[in-house]
Design a protein around this ligand. Structure first.
Ligand code: GRF
Length: 202
């Protein structure tokens, strides 16, 4: 059975693109993105989705309170028969409405080696802290901030002469590798959550 995927975005959408490409190349088995939803009208991610014939929706948050907005998202997800929800540069906290409806079926990519540097501007936080190794994390989403069980991580060195921008670019390359890989593992039913640990079945 095809795993029906929905993606929440707010901006550029390079991770969305990496996942679309992986599906089109057959790297992620039996899966299809049915809808992409943005809280920003001008998100380039919407254009990327439309370029691939994917239904792309701008859901205007103005006029909704947070719970109403999240209920509106859940309603679109249900209409699309969504079974896996991906956050890909979605810059809003998810409310309990969505998390409860899709518990253990929501994935996020975060540009740090969690649990270090949660929240916004993680690459800047890492760079300014002076770490020698940085990276990114794909994790399940729970009620906390970037706190759900970790699926995959990839690390990159911080090199002499790096700026926040060069480090961010090096991390992003890894994001585009591990996010499709985590989606593939989920789609193939290979992820098992045991407390905080995610076991990858072979
Ligand atoms: C990425 O760095 C991701 O880790 C973070 O937001 C950024 C989104 O980039 N959550 P893009 O929209 O996927 O290009």
């Amino acid at each position: 059975m095809t795993v029906k995927i929905a993606v929440l975005v707010s901006g550029r959408g390079s991770n969305l693109q990496a996942i679309i490409d992986s599906i089109e190349k057959g790297y992620i088995g039996n899966a299809a993105i049915h809808v992409v939803i943005s809280n920003k009208a001008d998100a380039y991610a919407l254009k990327r989705a439309r370029n691939h014939g994917i239904n792309a929706v701008f859901l205007d948050p103005s006029g909704y309170d947070r719970a109403e907005y999240d209920r509106a998202i859940v309603s679109i997800l249900k209409q699309n028969d969504t079974s896996l929800l991906l956050l890909a540069g979605y810059f809003r906290l998810l409310g309990s409405e969505i998390i409860e409806a899709y518990r253990n079926r929501i994935l996020n990519i975060h540009p740090s080696l969690l649990p270090a540097f949660k929240g916004l501007h993680a690459q800047k936080q890492a760079f300014e802290y002076g770490v020698k190794v940085a990276g990114c994390t794909v994790h399940f989403v729970d009620e906390g901030l970037d706190s759900g069980p970790i699926i995959l991580q990839s690390c990159v060195p911080v090199i002499s002469g790096d700026t926040e921008e060069t480090l961010t670019e090096r991390i992003l390359e890894q994001e585009h590798i591990i996010y499709p890989e985590a989606v593939r593992l989920f789609v193939e039913g290979k992820l098992k959550i045991e407390g905080r640990n995610v076991v990858s079945l072979s």
